[in-house]
Write a new protein. Structure first.
Ligand SMILES: [Zn+2]
Length: 71
């Protein structure tokens, strides 16, 4: 099984095998930091956000927000 992990520094998503991960402390309620793996792009800490394939809307487009503020 794979889970989706989001980098806390640069915000990219990585899909990692759960068997190779060590999960650490809980933050933001039900999400957990990954203790033994770091971002392949920037080396930042990773947050386990859910199973691979789940559509989570945690990435917010700045273009979309601009449209909402037009009123
Ligand atoms: Zn990163």
């Amino acid at each position: 099984m794979e889970i989706e992990c989001m980098c806390l520094e640069c915000g990219i998503s990585l899909y990692l095998q759960t068997s190779s991960l060590v999960l650490g402390s809980f933050i933001e309620g039900d999400k957990r930091l990954v203790d033994n793996t770091f971002c392949s792009q920037c080396g930042g800490p990773l947050l386990a956000v859910g199973k691979a394939g789940e559509q989570r809307n945690y990435i917010v487009s700045s273009d979309h927000l601009t449209g909402l503020n037009s009123s």
